[in-house]
Design a protein around this ligand. Structure first.
Ligand code: GLY
Ligand code: MN
Ligand code: MN
Length: 457
C-alpha cells in the first residue's frame, strides 16, 4: 500500500520552489494541514485537508505540517506508522515512506514537531505562516519562537519578523495551471450530470404522482457525485423548493415539491481537492409558468451580459456591473420596481434599489475552495485616502470564477402577487481566457426551451 497524490510530484515540487523563491533569504514557511473535528461522541466530521497544505504537498492525511526553507528544502511532519491505529482508522503513509511518495527532502513524525521545528527556526530572519486560518496556530508559533529565544545565549539568533503566508499562496492559487483546470473541468462535468439527473428525477416523480421532497433530489446529486468518483460535495447542497429558494443559504430539507413550484439547486462536487459550483432553477414538473419564465429570462439575460463582460483585461467587478444593468432595467420592465417611485435604470443602480431582489455579488473566485482565495482588488493598491475602495482586480487568463446572478422575490408592498416567492439563480463556472471566458458547466441546460425539453424526455 502507498499514497499517491492526484497530480505528478513535479507539480508540487515546482509550487514549493516558486514559494521558496518568495520567502527571501533566511525565510522559512510553516504550513499545517487542517485539524480533525469532533461531530459527536466517538464520531468525527468527514476529514477535509487544508487547501494551502494540499496545494504544496498533494497529501490528504490529518496531523501533518510542511516546513519549507528558502533554499527549497521541504520537511514534512506526518503521522507515524502505528499498527493499532491503522487497524482502526486506516493506512498511514508514515515519515519513512513520505520522501519517496511525496517528493519532500525529509520527513519526521508529527509527534516530534515541537522538538524538531524550533531548531529549524534557528538563525532564520522571517517565519511565514498562514495568519488567521488555524485556531491556536499563532500561539504555537509563539511557543516555537520562545524555544529559539531561550537559546540565544548560546549564539543562536531568533527570527525578527513574521509574514502572512496566505499573501503569497493566495496569489499563486488564483491563477490555475493546466493540471488544475483539467481537474476542475472534470468536477464541473460531474456536477452538471448531477443537475441533469435531479431535473429528470423531479419531472419523473411528479409525473408518477409520487411524494417528491427536497431530500430526494439531494440524494440524486450525491449519487452522481460519488458514482463518478468525486470525494464529496464542495459545499452543502442547496435544494430549495418553492419559497425556500428565497433563502440564500437554504439546505436541502424535507419540504414537499409540487407541480407549479420552482426548484433551485445550488450544488457542486469536490474532486481531487477542487470544487465546482452550479446553480440551476427549474420548474418541478418541467414547464415554467408565465411569471416564472419572465423572471427566469431576465436572470438569464443578466447572466449573458456578465459572461460577455468576463475576459482577460476586464476587471472582476465588470461582470457584476453588466449584470446589474440588465437586472435594473428588467425590474422596471416587469413592474417589480415602479418607475414613478424609483426613476430610471440608472437611478435604480445608483440608489441600489435592485438590492431588494438581488442582494449578492455576481461571482467569486473558484478553485480548491468554493469561495477560493485571492484578492478581489488589485494587489499592492492601497486604499485611497478618501476611503474609496482600491480598484477591482484585473482578470488574467487562468483565473476561475463563478457567474451567478439571481432574483429573490419576497412579498412586499408594490410587488405584484404573481411574482411572490419566486427565487431564481443561474450559476456557471468560468475560466478567464484572453478573448473571453470558457464555461465549464454547460453540460446542464440553461435555456428555458432546453430545460423543458430535457424534463419532457
Ligand atoms: N454555493 C455557494 C455559492 O454559490 O457561492
Ligand atoms: Mn457560487
Ligand atoms: Mn453556488
Amino acid at each position: 500500500m502507498n499514497y499517491t497524490p492526484p497530480l505528478p510530484l513535479t507539480v508540487y515540487a515546482e509550487r514549493r520552489a516558486r514559494l521558496a523563491a518568495q520567502l527571501g533569504a533566511g525565510g522559512i514557511a510553516i504550513v499545517p494541514t487542517a485539524p480533525e473535528h469532533a461531530r459527536n461522541r466517538d464520531n468525527v466530521y468527514d476529514y477535509r485537508h487544508d487547501s494551502y497544505f494540499f496545494y504544496l504537498t498533494g497529501f490528504t492525511e490529518p496531523n501533518a505540517t510542511l516546513v519549507l526553507q528558502a533554499n527549497g528544502q521541504a520537511t514534512l511532519f506526518c503521522q507515524p506508522k502505528d499498527l493499532e491505529r491503522e487497524i482502526w482508522d486506516g493506512y498511514r503513509l508514515g515519515p519513512e515512506a513520505a520522501p519517496a511518495a511525496l517528493g519532500v527532502q525529509a520527513a519526521h513524525a508529527s509527534t516530534d514537531l515541537d522538538s524538531l521545528l524550533p531548531p529549524l527556526l534557528d538563525n532564520q530572519h522571517c517565519v511565514w505562516w498562514p495568519f488567521a486560518t488555524h485556531d491556536g496556530l499563532a500561539a504555537r508559533v509563539e511557543n516555537w519562537l520562545a524555544n529559539v529565544r531561550q537559546r540565544v545565549r548560546s549564539g543562536v539568533q531568533c527570527p525578527t519578523r513574521q509574514g502572512d503566508l496566505c499573501h503569497l499562496l493566495d496569489e499563486m492559487r488564483l491563477v490555475k495551471d493546466a493540471h488544475e483546470l483539467a481537474t476542475m473541468q472534470r468536477a464541473a462535468t460531474i456536477s452538471a450530470q448531477a443537475h441533469v439527473r435531479a431535473m429528470r428525477t423531479s419531472a419523473r416523480m411528479l409525473r408518477a404522482g409520487q411524494d417528491l421532497r427536497e431530500y430526494h433530489l439531494d440524494a440524486e446529486l450525491m449519487h452522481t457525485f460519488r458514482q463518478h468518483g468525486a470525494q464529496s460535495e464542495a459545499y452543502p447542497s442547496i435544494v430549495a423548493g418553492g419559497a425556500n429558494a428565497c433563502v440564500l443559504h437554504y439546505r436541502a430539507g424535507s419540504t414537499p415539491i409540487r407541480a407549479g413550484d420552482l426548484v433551485l439547486i445550488d450544488a457542486g462536487c469536490e474532486l481531487d481537492g477542487y470544487a465546482s459550483d452550479i446553480t440551476r432553477t427549474f420548474p418541478a414538473n418541467g414547464v415554467f409558468t408565465g411569471p416564472q419564465r419572465d423572471v427566469y429570462q431576465l436572470v438569464l439575460e443578466s447572466q449573458k451580459a456578465a459572461i460577455a463582460a468576463t475576459r482577460a483585461g476586464a476587471r472582476f467587478s465588470d461582470p457584476h456591473e453588466a449584470c446589474v444593468a440588465v437586472l435594473a432595467q428588467g425590474l422596471l420592465d416587469l413592474g417589480l420596481l415602479q418607475a414613478d417611485q424609483h426613476g430610471s435604470a440608472q437611478d435604480v443602480i445608483a440608489n441600489r434599489a435592485y438590492f431588494q431582489f438581488y442582494m449578492h455579488r455576481t461571482g467569486h473566485w473558484l478553485g480548491m475552495d468554493v469561495h477560493d482565495c485571492g484578492s478581489y482588488t488589485e494587489p499592492g493598491a492601497a486604499p485611497a485616502a478618501d476611503g474609496t475602495q482600491p480598484p477591482s482586480r484585473i482578470l488574467q487568463p487562468g483565473m476561475c470564477m463563478t457567474i451567478e446572478p439571481g432574483l429573490y422575490i419576497r412579498p412586499a408592498e408594490g410587488v405584484p402577487e404573481h411574482f411572490h416567492h419566486i427565487g431564481i439563480r443561474i450559476e456557471d463556472d468560468a475560466v478567464v481566457t484572453e478573448s473571453g471566458c470558457q464555461l465549464t458547466t454547460r453540460d446542464v441546460p440553461v435555456e428555458v426551451g432546453e430545460i423543458e425539453a430535457l424534463m419532457r424526455d
